[in-house]
Design a protein around this ligand. Structure first.
Ligand code: NDP
Length: 257
């Protein structure tokens, strides 16, 4: 008999920032494993398009809701609406994020705050509010989006706020994991290198950047679509029932050297 260790049939998964890039890919990967979805972001038109495509391709149930992750009250209302619709939330993919490439001396307070608020504070707010639902259920899987920049910087890139936010995500992951370890809730993070998305679009096609990746990254290339699916589904499934507080680098060996 084939193993169903990675089956997510009947599980309810909430993916933030699912209107583009990795979040849209994550939503598809979860639907393929049988999960019901709640997808959130600010651009409802893009979410509706993703919903339609996922329903068509996988026959999955999808709830698409507009939510600005900088607005704590809106986060609370969104989570309440998802709970009212599905009755539970089993999986949270804390994916919404942003980046500003600005050297420190040119950075405004607004630049700094926009990145920290989106990449770190919103991850905390979602985890806290969904954590209340998961504690009640005594079951949950939280997957936060870290980055190779949770542990390594990049000279000349002007990503101080991004590095600080993603370093924070890694430590927050460990602390939440320990806090909820006896409540049936696991909290883990994925640490990707570079993948094509709206955020990286212009950079990742740049020849100088590809040369840099070739020099730094043992595999010498950015990630390909779908190469994060395995890490996501592992953490989301019962295969990872005894794994918590971890970050899994999916980076072609970038952080190994
Ligand atoms: P994209 O720009 O393609 O996606 C970002 C997503 O976040 C969008 O769906 C956007 O939706 C959403 N978002 C941003 N701000 C807000 C907000 N205030 N409220 C609600 N949603 C918001 O980038 P990626 O797919 O690349 O990024 C996804 C995650 O992966 C991020 O956390 C990023 O740091 C991380 N990551 C990405 C890597 C890469 O190489 N691509 C590498 C390592 C980590 P909308 O605009 O509709 O609100």
């Amino acid at each position: 008999m084939k193993s169903d260790l990675f089956d997510l049939t009947g599980k309810v998964a909430l993916v933030t920032g699912a209107s583009s890039g990795l979040g849209a890919q994550f939503a598809r990967a979860l639907a393929r494993q049988g999960a019901k979805l709640a997808i959130v972001a600010r651009r409802l038109d893009k979410l509706e398009a993703e919903k339609e495509a996922i329903e068509k391709d996988f026959g999955a149930e999808v709830l698409a809701l507009p939510c600005d992750v900088l607005d704590v009250e809106m986060i609370r209302q969104t989570i309440a609406a998802i709970k009212a619709h599905y009755g539970r939330i089993d999986i949270l993919v804390n994916n919404a994020g942003t980046a500003r490439n600005v050297p420190v001396v040119d950075q405004t307070d607004e630049d700094w705050r926009a990145v920290i608020d989106t990449n770190l504070n919103a991850v905390y707010y979602f985890a806290r509010e969904v954590g209340k639902v998961m504690k009640e259920q005594q079951y949950g899987r939280i997957i936060n989006l870290g980055s190779i920049h949770s542990t390594v910087a990049m000279r000349g890139s002007g990503i101080s706020a991004y590095c600080a936010s993603k370093g924070g995500v890694w430590m927050l992951t460990k602390e939440l994991a320990t806090e909820w370890a006896r409540d049936g809730i696991t909290v883990n993070a994925i640490g990707p290198a570079y993948f094509a998305s709206e955020m990286t679009g212009h950079v990742i096609e740049n020849e100088a950047f590809l040369k840099l990746v070739d020099a730094i990254c043992p595999m010498g290339r950015p990630g390909r679509p779908g190469e994060l699916d395995g890490a996501l589904i592992y953490f989301a499934s019962d295969a990872a029932s005894y794994t918590t507080g971890q970050i899994l680098w999916v980076d072609g060996g970038w952080t190994a050297v």
